[in-house]
Design a protein around this ligand. Structure first.
Ligand code: GLC
Length: 563
């Protein structure tokens, strides 16, 4: 039996066919034969899905999201690796892991006064230390939310958005210092009192977190999720409530305020995002810059054009213009750019400087010369005066593709890099959170001798299954679903058997992480979201934004462009 989802799965191949490589066109032929259906049927289904996608897309002041055209990007159809993707009839039957994953995801649901409000970070009964893994983390809930939305269960997402919005209004203090009004919590916990039969909430805005860092990413994820909810349900009424509008403005006020900045990027402390421990990402980490860009674009689509909304819209547009220019110009690294930096002159004064940040070529690490392929590129980890962190960070690069912070050419190049450096960045378990690992003296200086972040473990070059959903989304957006399929196959060979670990260790990601939690919810949800997106690529619209063609000329006219 071929159900609707299976045919939807086909759509990608059908649509990309004109620019497909032989192997992908072959895939299509084989799939057609396997399905034993004439192509015309698939096409009819496709037009239905396209129609339903446009029906789903919210009108009003929301911007359009990805059309299927973007599935046919210039890089579409390049073959991933030499080995062909295995295609058998089995690939159309739900993998047994899918049912297991749904059961585990449902077991992780947290209730507040009878209402589902989120999912717990991990349910690892074997782990001695619970720490804060019994809480609902904002960032961890995003893939869970996507899974529920894709499955037509938006209520838990709505409850979560409202509950966290309520927490935002709490007064937040660390010792005698009061945090900004707009800060969203990293996590919250529901305490059930079985005697009094009451539920109470406890939130952590960084005042309890190890290292005491406020989560900069939480607010951005909240905005991104609000748009995903709106996009998926077509229900504009939630985003349009005065409370949500205020919530968006408060988050943005924290990031758009004027100060001593000379760059449009956001200055951050170490440990303020998914990498929530010291890893030398302080400054202008790519993860935050990409999420910032995406949240700004999502907010733009949701802010009402009233007086306050209009004022913010203008500030957002100005910032997006500058941020996009800065990131695409200075964070981008490919073979050509690396060669240019290698030959940089230093100590250049005045606006004519080529080496604007005074990067000293001697500071380029040795590994990058071998790692950089002739085909491909990526956004580096960080750029600030005389400091360029050349490390690869997966989340920021995937979000750059999804938010269209990356130009179409840059998006293709990022996917090319993943293909070219498959062993290093994917290995046997997708996907490396960062590459390469810090070792020896560098590890002790940069991480502060963090025993959890030893080389090729945890945040320091570990492999995180949760990143699979972002990789899959990026693959679909760039028209290269075969890369996602290969990554999912790898995950399927281990994840369930290993008990859904939080992360894997080792250069190739062969070992279950030293201190990894089992039954880590976002590893489970990330897998489900990847499967659902690949089966029905129209889900991509929830997490992807098309290139904003309207704003392009503005970028060209900007002062920094001509400088
Ligand atoms: C770890 C991760 C963090 C995650 C948390 C809960 O601290 O670094 O990103 O949110 O666990 O899973």
């Amino acid at each position: 039996m071929v159900d609707g989802m299976d045919v939807a799965h086909e759509m990608v191949l059908w649509k990309v066919e004109p620019q497909c490589s032989i192997s992908e066109a072959d895939d299509f032929e084989r799939l057609s034969r396997l399905l034993d259906r004439p192509r015309v049927k698939i096409e009819r289904k496709l037009s239905f899905d396209e129609r339903s996608l446009s029906e789903l897309s919210v009108t009003g002041n929301l911007r359009p999201v990805d059309s299927y055209d973007s599935l046919c990007s210039p890089g579409a159809g390049r073959s991933v690796l030499d080995t062909p993707v295995s295609l058998s009839r089995n690939s159309f039957e739900p993998h047994p892991m899918v049912g297991e994953a749904w059961d585990a995801l449902r077991r992780s649901i947290v209730f507040f006064r009878g209402q589902p409000v989120g999912t717990i970070a991990a349910i690892d009964h074997a782990s001695e230390e619970v720490l804060n893994y019994d809480q609902v983390f904002v960032r961890d809930f995003v893939p869970s939310a996507m899974a529920f939305l894709m499955n037509g269960e938006p209520d838990i997402v709505k409850n979560f958005l409202l509950k966290t919005l309520h927490l935002q209004s709490w007064e937040k203090r660390i010792d005698r210092f009061k945090l900004g009004e707009g800060v969203m919590p990293a996590s919250f916990k529901v305490n059930h009192d079985p005697v009094r039969k009451t539920d109470t909430l406890m939130a952590d805005f960084g005042e309890s977190a190890i290292g005491r860092v406020a989560p900069v990413d939480s607010g951005f994820w909240w905005i991104i999720l609000l748009r995903a909810y709106t996009k998926s349900t077509g229900d504009l009424s939630l985003a349009e409530t005065p409370e949500c509008q205020k919530g968006i403005r408060l988050i943005l006020s924290l990031c758009l305020s004027e100060g001593f900045d000379t760059f449009p990027t956001l200055l951050c402390a170490d440990g303020c995002s998914m990498i929530d421990r010291r890893m030398g990402v302080y400054g202008y980490p790519i993860e935050i810059q990409a999420l910032f860009f995406m949240a700004l674009r999502c907010a733009l689509a949701m802010l009402k054009p009233d007086v306050e909304g209009k004022e913010f819209t203008e500030r957002i547009l100005t910032r997006l213009n500058a941020l996009g220019y800065h990131m695409r110009s200075y964070f981008w690294l490919d073979f050509q750019q690396l060669n240019d930096i290698y030959r940089y002159k230093t100590e250049e004064y005045s606006h004519t400087a080529v080496n604007k940040f005074n990067v000293i070529p001697d500071s380029i690490p040795d590994w990058i010369f071998d790692f950089m392929p002739s085909r491909g590129g990526y956004f580096v980890g960080n750029v600030s005066p005389a400091k360029m962190d050349f490390r690869w960070f997966a989340l920021g690069n995937c979000i750059a593709i999804l938010s269209s912070l990356a130009t179409p050419e840059q998006s293709v190049a990022i996917m090319d890099l993943i293909e070219e450096r498959w062993e290093e960045l994917v290995g046997v378990m997708p996907l490396k959170i960062s590459y390469p690992a810090l070792e020896g003296h560098e590890w002790s200086i940069v991480t502060g001798c963090d025993p959890k972040n030893t080389r090729w473990s945890y945040h320091n070059g570990g492999s995180w299954p949760v990143l699979l959903w972002l990789l899959t989304a990026a693959c679909i957006k760039t028209g290269r679903p075969q890369i996602a399929r290969r990554a999912i196959e790898l995950a399927e060979s281990r994840l369930w058997k290993d008990g859904w670990p939080e992360y894997y260790d080792g250069k190739l990601g062969r070992y279950i992480g030293k201190q990894a939690r089992k039954f880590q919810t976002w590893s489970i949800a990330g897998y489900l979201v990847s499967k659902m997106m690949l089966e029905d690529p129209s889900h991509l619209g929830m997490i992807s934004l098309e290139e904003d063609k309207v704003k392009k000329p503005l970028i060209r006219r900007s002062a920094s462009w001509t400088a």
